[in-house]
Design a protein around this ligand. Sequence first.
Ligand code: HEC
Ligand code: HEC
Ligand code: HEC
Ligand code: HEC
Ligand code: HEC
Length: 419
Amino acid sequence: MTRGYDSITKILEGVRGRLILSLLACLLFLATPFILVAGESSSSKKPLEKSFPSSEKCKRCHLRVFEEWEASAQSRSIVTAPFRVTLEQFLASSNEKDQAMCFRCHAPHILEYGDLLPRFIKEVQSKDPQMDGVGCPQCHLIQDVDMTSHPPMPTFQLGTTIFGGYDKAVQNLAHQSQKLDLYRESRFCVTCHDSLPETAQVAKGMPGWLGPWEKTKAESSGKPCQSCHMPEAIDESANGEKVRKVANHSFPGRFGKVRAEAVTLDFTTAVKGETSQVNVSINSLVPHNLPLPHPGWSRVVVDLSIFGKNLKKVYNEQRFYERVFGNGKGKETVFDFEAKKVLKDTLLKPEEMRVEEFTFPTPKDAPSMDVVVTLTYAPIHGPQDFLVKVEQEAALGQKDKAFQSVQIAQKKINVPLKK
Ligand code: HEC
Ligand code: HEC
Ligand code: HEC
Ligand code: HEC
Ligand code: HEC
């Protein structure tokens, strides 16, 4: 997303006189056409930009939050090559009435502006959308979440109030603030992290993405999604305001620090003459499935590698944690929007402890062997023509994040073989 900064923002970024600056920011803010302050909540009459202003508008006063968010996956929700390519594939095969489905979470203001669907699609196709997907207002105007539907349905209140989790947000000229408990609850997040909505194509009764998260130790001990994915910090919430407890907005997940706390990985080895055995125990510390099975190609790889004499790899075996979908013809597909059933589900379940047994030939003529167990997020996979398209669409080609595998955990030990 390359957006032109205006010169004022540049000045704001450069200088450190915080208090004066925030006053300045207020004034500048009021001088811009961004009218969060005015207007009643009659939503769809207003142009989209008025109801859901660009996150750039919030940046003027919330630089810290903006920069964290800008580095997050949420800020790229309608920008990535895999999204562009799968959206195209979905649009080509779905009923007209279902075509807004992907935007339901990737750019949820579609829920208020359904009539602008052609514009949403054009923005994605442009590769450099001017509108945000999951930007600040897309979250901070959510006033309630209805948990009775799947996925849970957010209600937006498009008016003068920004919702959040603070007891006593400082008064400011840009917007009124209101505290809602919702912002510290998992259901806020689950609205976009639960499941694909049913459409003519998406089969009824498909299992959700997270698994039974409500029943986990984390959830019942008062640790909602935010506690791990929006970790608490002490910083300023708006430029120049006094420091207080804030919530990190970089949404660490597949990338970022939180990964180190995903699993504990351990194993034992037993050498029995010609064959050896490794028992790997993987304990998920995560209160949801790992990986989450959307997009449909999500997969975690458990890799066992044995190195013998001169550190030569003498054995390798891989197992996958994934949900394998079957399409209408019963064939495997990585496109979950065409899934009619689940063919196989080896996802690591919430807080599950799994043991993997591997047997392999003991390396010959070696004084010892190195046993290495690695857990990684796999790169994107699927039909060749699909992968070629994604590569062509990605500015960085094969170097795009989608083609990288990401290590979650690794453990190695050296096992002596001679008595
Ligand atoms: C309006 C919908 C929406 C809401 C609400 C939402 N998310 Fe997301 N989130 C998304 C989308 C869409 C993506 C994927 C962006 C992409 O990569 O295309 C995402 C990505 C993420 C990621 C990164 C995933 C990865 O693979 O690393 C994390 C972590 C995350 N969200 C956590 C949360 C948490 C925690 C909350 C609640 C505070 C939340 N989300 C609320 C839509 C939402
Ligand atoms: C219920 C909400 C929801 C719907 C509907 C939805 N997604 Fe997603 N999507 C997400 C979330 C949340 C993530 C991040 C998942 C994660 O990392 O665990 C995501 C991630 C992705 C990714 C990988 C990240 C990226 O941007 O490259 C792709 C591709 C994607 N979605 C495509 C689609 C397509 C195409 C559709 C419509 C057929 C769709 N999604 C519908 C919520 C949704
Ligand atoms: C995916 C949803 C989501 C997005 C996107 C999002 N926020 Fe938040 N934000 C939250 C939630 C949830 C909280 C409350 C977290 C808590 O208290 O644990 C929060 C808290 C805040 C707070 C108060 C705490 C703090 O860290 O200062 C501010 C200010 C804020 N958000 C501003 C923004 C701005 C500005 C943007 C865009 C750059 C943004 N948010 C994007 C969900 C979101
Ligand atoms: C003119 C400056 C200014 C602008 C522009 C601005 N804010 Fe704020 N905002 C503030 C100040 C000041 C606070 C209070 C900070 C505090 O309490 O420490 C605040 C507080 C918040 C909070 C915390 C409220 C709560 O109850 O948790 C959220 C969330 C928030 N802003 C979101 C946004 C979003 C989203 C935008 C863009 C649509 C935005 N702000 C634009 C100045 C601004
Ligand atoms: C106890 C901490 C914890 C809580 C609570 C938690 N998660 Fe996670 N989550 C993690 C960790 C750790 C990872 C990273 C896994 C990895 O990289 O192997 C993760 C990964 C993710 C990812 C991206 C990775 C993927 O596999 O697609 C998303 C999206 C996500 N979590 C959403 C949520 C949502 C939504 C909730 C609330 C229902 C939640 N998380 C609650 C710890 C937590």
